[in-house]
Design a binder for this molecule. Structure first.
Ligand SMILES: *Cc1c(COP(=O)(O)O)cnc(C)c1O
Length: 467
């Protein structure tokens, strides 16, 4: 597809500005540019077609299946967008005095109340703008708690090797040393490995449950008990609450502090660089350290962002929780778990699940044996899926599984879609034995085939360079 600059024709234009109705003033010469900006010149139809074509080259949940594991790329009900678009929410200024916008404060309070109920926490801030940002905030709460008690030798955070990469990064950002513990063969926390590293230097443990291989750790109560016994606190990475919302509460599992990605489970899409909300919940004893704007009435909290964070993302989450209600919330989770298990069962027999057992909201395939037999890698399979109009699953994560493909179908997919997806996986499985070369070069029908991912991420060219 041509760039908008390449479509430009000198002199063509779209604008029809009304006559100037104020007095024209000449700008000081020093402020006037010497040459006109090199803007593309196109007609209105051309502009419209250009952007329509561009958006057709993007894959979203509205285009097709998007089983990007750990990201919960589900359908976000449009009614939630509508709620966030209500002028009383959308047009409010963050500096508006509280008494002029009581409805906004009530909405925040209500969202806090519901999300605390869902997570089993006592208080919550919406200030952090992302999951990693929420982790950072949550671990700072833990740090302040220890420091406030003069317990300063606790300088280690324990993180299992199955953890999301943001967990050790967060602990390091907060000035902690990271103690990595190997997972047990079933992908869960190895209790002996945990016991071996716990001590009076343990500040806390960061854990995802269900973990990143989609398995609920049955020893969770014992894990949190052991950490507390050693004087540490338990942090729950609830970025992805899709398997347990309304069914099991981190607060009841013994966690002291959590974050939720409202931009995964609660009606805002993940990714794309759009606004997010890493809501951080905590038990009462940590609440005094929450960011000030969270508690409204002050406190000695930290500040991680301006005002109440991405307010409209919270409104979407509130609308989502209110429309689904007490029945709908657990039903969504149960269907997410059912869909993941259904798809895992249908794919089994071709590609191999890394852990052959009932999963939660997602599962991981291990293609290492398949790669040995065919030469076709997890990357080749992921790239091949693009030609079928399916977004690739998460690849090469978690690190404890080699040649990993991680699928999270979510509750908003139909049985027909899951059957189709399983069929596509079966076709690709067979193709790998017949024509591996074809798969090494996939995708064949996409705009871009195999970009240099490191260069694309590190030195992206985001501006048109003339000539
Ligand atoms: C997505 C995710 C995060 C990070 O969330 P961001 O909003 O991308 O920073 C952290 N932990 C887990 C388990 C996740 O799935």
């Amino acid at each position: 597809m041509k760039l908008v600059f390449e479509k430009s024709v000198p002199g063509r234009h779209t604008t029809m500005l009304p006559a100037c109705d104020v007095e024209e003033v000449a700008l000081p010469q020093a402020l006037v540019r010497e040459t006109a900006p090199a803007l593309p010149e196109l007609s209105e139809t051309e502009v419209s077609r250009h952007y329509t074509e561009l958006c057709q080259h993007v894959h979203g949940v509205n285009c097709g299946f998007y089983p990007l594991g750990s990201c919960t790329m589900k359908y976000n009900p449009r009614i939630d967008e509508e709620a966030a678009n209500l002028p009383g929410f959308a047009n409010v200024h963050p500096l508006a005095p509280a008494h002029t916008v009581p409805g906004c404060y009530e909405a925040l309070d209500t969202a806090r109340k519901y999300l605390c109920e869902i997570t089993g926490m006592d208080d919550m801030t919406f200030q952090p703008a992302a999951g990693a940002h929420g982790e950072f905030t949550g671990v700072l709460l833990i740090k302040q708690y220890h420091e406030s008690r003069g317990d300063t030798k606790r300088n280690k955070i324990i993180v299992p090797d199955s953890a999301h990469g943001t967990n050790p990064a967060t602990a390091a950002m907060c000035g902690y040393q990271i103690v990595n513990i190997a997972s047990a063969p079933n992908g869960c926390v190895d209790l002996d490995a945990l016991k071996a590293v716990l001590g009076d230097d343990t500040a806390g443990l960061m854990l995802t449950n269900p973990n990143t291989v989609g398995i609920f750790d049955e020893n969770i109560l014992e894990i949190t008990r052991l950490v507390h016994e050693a004087g540490g606190l338990c942090y729950y990475d609830g970025a992805n609450l899709n398997a347990v919302m309304g069914v099991a509460r981190p607060g009841d599992m013994g966690f002291d502090c959590i974050h939720l990605n409202l931009h995964k489970t609660f009606a805002t899409p993940h990714g794309g660089g759009g606004p997010g909300a890493g809501a951080v919940g905590c038990k009462d004893f940590l609440a005094p350290y929450l960011p000030k704007s969270a508690t409204m009435d002050g406190g000695n909290g930290i500040q991680v962002r301006g005002f109440a964070g991405n307010f409209l993302v919270v409104i979407k989450a509130l609308a989502y929780v209110m429309t689904l209600g007490k029945e709908g919330i657990p039903e969504a989770s149960k269907n997410a778990v059912l869909n993941a298990n259904y798809l895992q069962a249908k794919i089994k027999g071709t590609f191999t699940p890394a852990f052959d057992r009932i999963c939660m909201h997602e599962f991981v395939l291990d293609l290492s044996q398949y790669k040995k037999e065919t030469g076709v890698s997890a990357l080749d399979v992921a790239k091949s899926l693009i030609d079928y109009g399916m977004h690739p699953p998460t690849m090469y994560f978690p690190l404890i599984v080699h040649e990993a493909l991680m699928l999270e179908p979510t509750e908003t997919e139909s049985k027909e879609t899951l059957d189709w997806a399983a069929d596509v996986f079966r076709q690709l499985y067979e193709l790998g034995f017949k024509d591996p070369e074809f798969m090494h070069n996939a995708p064949h029908n996409a705009q871009i085939s195999r970009p240099d991912e490191v260069r694309a991420a590190r030195t992206p060219i985001l501006r048109y360079q003339k000539g």
